[in-house]
Every structure is written in C-alpha cells, then in structure tokens.
Write a protein that binds this ligand. Structure first.
Ligand SMILES: [Zn+2]
Length: 474
C-alpha cells in the first residue's frame, strides 16, 4: 500500500526590533546573562507591559508579503503554564484573534514544479528565558525573555521533507527581504515545531500526528522528517497505531524519540490579557505600512532576468539575498556587461565572502570599483589572472582598479611585436614540445602558451599569444 504524508509547521521568528515586546530592554544577542532585564520581563508582580509598535508593524508586513488577511481587531491573551524560564507563569500570546489570517507561500519543489503551502495564521507573542545546565547546577538567563516573536502556522500541506525544507528556505528569504528578522539560525532567530502524519493514499481523513518540538536548523527539520515519516509508515504497516505524542530529534543518532504523550499535554486556559489594549488597525495605517514593502524575491528574479538579460540560474543565486541583489544591480549599472558582473559576484565575490565569514555589507570594494575592474577585463586592458590578482588587493584595502593596474604595471601586453619576441623564445627553448605539437599532440600548445605567459610575467594577452604560436608553428 502507498502512503502519503501531511506536514504542518509552526515557525517562531524573532522580529528585528531594538527593544523587547513589552518593555524597553534591548534585544542584543550574546550579552552576559541577566543584564538586559527589568521588572516587566522578569515578571515582577504589578509590572505593566506596553506593546512595542514595531513588533506589530513587522508582523503586519509579514502578513502582507505572505498574502494574509490583516485582522483589523486583534488582542493579546495569557497562555498559562508553569516553566522555570517563564517567571510570570503565563506567556502573553494571541489566541482567538491573531494579527494575520490565511495567506500562503508558493514553493518550488526539487523537480522545478510549484506548490502553494497555505498558512493558517500569524500571531505575535513573547519569547521565554533560557535554561542553562552546568555540571552540578542550573541557571536561567532572562535576557531572551520578552523578545518579540511571530508564530507562523501552516496548514498540513507539505508532503515530504523536501517540501518542508523548500518552505522554510522560501520563508527565510522573504522575511530577510522585508527586514522582518535577521533569520540567524545560530542565534535561534528561527525555530520551528514540526507536525507530521501519514495516511493510506486516497484516504480523506488525516492520520494521527506527532510533533517535533523546537527544531533550530533546516537540516535538522529535513533529517528528522525523513526519519519520522519512515518510522510512522513502518508502524502502520506492522498494524500498530501511531500515538499522538511529542517527540524529539536526536541529531547525533539520526532518530526521533518519544518525549511525552497527549495525556500529559497542557491545557493552557487562555484568557484575555487585561493589561494590554486590543490592537486596532485602520486600513489607512495598514496601507501606509504596505508602502514600505520591498519588491519580493520572486518578482525581483523576474525583473533581473528581464532588465539585465542574465540567466534564470544567476538571478536565483543573486536575488536569494536582497543585499547581494542590490550589489549586483549597482555593479551592473556601472559596468559594460551585466553577465560579467553576475559571474564575478556569483563566483569570486561570494566565494571570498564565504571563506572569510563576511556579509556583502562588509565588503571593501564598492559596486563602482568592481565595475571598474570588470571593465578593464572587458576592454582587454588586463587579462583574467591579473584581474583576480587586482581583485585580491582591492578586497584587502579597497581602491580603484585602474590605479592599481597603473601603479603596479599590470596592464596586459597586447603589442604583437613584444609578444612575438617571447613566442620565439619559448619555441626555441622547447624543441621537444614543439615537435610533439607538430606530431599532432594538441595539448602541447597549452604548455607553450603557459611558457610565454610566464616570460611576460602574466601580462601577455593570452588570445594573442595563442594566435601567434599557432601561426609560427604552422
Ligand atoms: Zn525588560
């Protein structure tokens, strides 16, 4: 029998605000424990929360980018449960009136086809503190308590691990474009709970689901789903029932393990938060915010293909990050060849950044300077190996490519007379290789080109060297 899977995600995203959701404490990551705290985020009795307007705005913007209906009236609720990292014994969240409803995100599957993954809702809530366990004691860091989160809940529309991964990657791309979240997984900016179930193909009702809690890497979600779906299918095939339970992913062992069953599940006894006013948004306010939205990744890819004539693959790589796309467009505008700009950024620039753990915003070379370098290659003033050398210098200290080439005497030698002399020298010095070439060994020419390049200290125009060698040897 064939089985099909249904996967739904609950993604918690840290919103990019300067301060926490209900107090003025900063949201900076990595500060010493319990240094960014106050009576509100420590849950002191009587402390009064005040809503951070930026958190509401960023959530509404996310909803607009994801095609949600923005709820003109939403409210905050208390979700009651006890946990040591949550000092109030309740979390302020949203229950029956979330900020955003419906919407969806279209994913591209590995085979290139598209699929819409529907969203149920997006609501805002506060994060909790962080438990830390030492050799013989435990501590709690409340710096993270009260950090604004947005929870994006999907319908169970994903059918396999690949689709879940594509959804998470697409979501991250959009949220970064919109400046909603840094989406830094290492800092826990994006964490998700994964619900999955299996059912015989064609069965209308969903199977019993299990939940994987607090996954903080995309690779983990993918690996956990591969294992969990196979486990569920094996259970059902052996005539056993799937228990509705919370499981955890053991990354090292590559398996999921039961944590607690539904019998122990919480009843949160939600009720309206009496210390916060409902969030009432006028259409004018929503429209005003909507005006600040950037072009979305999908639209940008299409426009870059249209405006710059670059291949779809290039547009995909460059537009994956808004800052990289900006850098490319600025370079292409200053340069003579958009395709050359794309090649340089995709290969040389991005590889260099990755190697040094830098972002495009930290690069020393301005788009105009990179375009200057590319134009020198296009004009055949310098050859490619020299250009890479100049690039290294510019990467380290910035500067103008033409000036570096001039100061270091790197300009390509395209004077046929000067090159001819070097070609003669190379032929005279390598009689055996010359004989090989004449005997039909085509690869020998490459060696001779290399010798001439060496004699010119890398400055000869390789095309010209090639032509002259062929002519002489013929
Ligand atoms: Zn605080």
């Amino acid at each position: 029998m064939n089985y099909e899977a249904n996967i739904g995600l609950e993604v918690h995203v840290q919103l990019k605000t300067k301060s926490k959701i209900f107090c003025g404490c900063p949201t900076i990551f990595g500060a010493p424990p319990n240094t960014h705290v106050c009576p509100v985020c420590l849950g002191y009795p009587g402390a009064m929360p005040a809503m951070n307007a930026a958190a509401v705005r960023l959530t509404v913007l996310s909803g607009l980018m994801l095609g949600c209906r923005i709820n003109p009236y939403s409210k905050m609720d208390r979700k009651n449960y006890y946990y040591p990292d949550m000092p109030k014994n309740y979390q302020i969240s949203q229950y029956d009136q979330p900020l955003c409803l419906g919407g969806g995100l279209e994913i591209t599957r590995p085979d290139g086809s598209k699929k819409m993954i529907r969203l149920t809702r997006i609501h805002i809530e506060e994060d909790v503190g962080k438990n830390m366990h030492f050799a013989s004691s435990s501590g709690i860091d409340f710096n993270r308590a009260g950090t604004p989160l947005m929870e994006i809940v999907t319908e169970p529309d994903m059918a396999n691990a690949d689709e879940a991964l594509a959804f998470l990657e697409g979501l991250k791309e959009i949220l970064r474009y919109g400046g909603i979240s840094a989406c830094n997984l290492e800092e826990g900016n994006l964490r998700c709970d994964v619900n999955s179930s299996v059912r015989p193909a064609g069965q209308a009702a969903l199977g019993t689901k299990t939940e994987l809690k607090n996954m903080n890497t995309f690779k983990g979600v993918h690996g956990a789903l591969l294992h969990e779906l196979a486990r569920q299918i094996a259970e059902v095939q052996q005539g056993r029932r799937i228990r509705q339970e919370t499981r955890r992913w053991d990354d090292a062992a590559g398996i999921t393990l039961a944590m607690r069953s539904k019998e122990e599940a919480h009843d949160y006894r939600y009720f309206p938060e009496p210390d916060l006013l409902p969030i009432v948004l006028s259409q004018a306010q929503i429209d005003d915010w909507a005006k600040t939205l950037p072009e979305l990744p999908e639209q940008r890819r299409a426009r870059m293909i249209r405006d710059y004539g670059i291949p779809e693959y290039d547009a995909g790589v460059l537009a994956a990050d808004r800052a990289v796309a900006d850098y490319f467009e600025a370079t292409a505008k200053h340069g003579k060849s958009a395709k050359a700009a794309s090649n340089w950024i995709m290969t040389t620039v991005l590889a260099k950044l990755a190697g040094q753990h830098l972002t495009i915003g930290e690069v020393q070379i301005t788009p105009a300077q990179l375009a200057g370098l590319i134009n020198l290659v296009e004009a055949k003033t310098i050859n490619m190996p020299t250009a890479k050398e100049v690039f290294e210098l510019m990467f380290a200290q910035g500067g103008d490519a033409a000036e570096i080439v001039k100061a270091r005497g790197l300009a390509q030698v395209s004077d046929a007379g000067a090159i001819e002399k070097l070609v003669d020298d190379a032929i005279a010095a390598n009689p055996k290789v010359v004989a090989d070439f004449k005997g039909g060994k085509e690869a020998s020419l490459k060696f001779l080109v290399g010798q001439v390049m060496k004699l010119s200290q890398g400055k000869a125009n390789p095309g010209l060297v090639n032509d002259l060698l062929r002519r002489k040897l013929a």
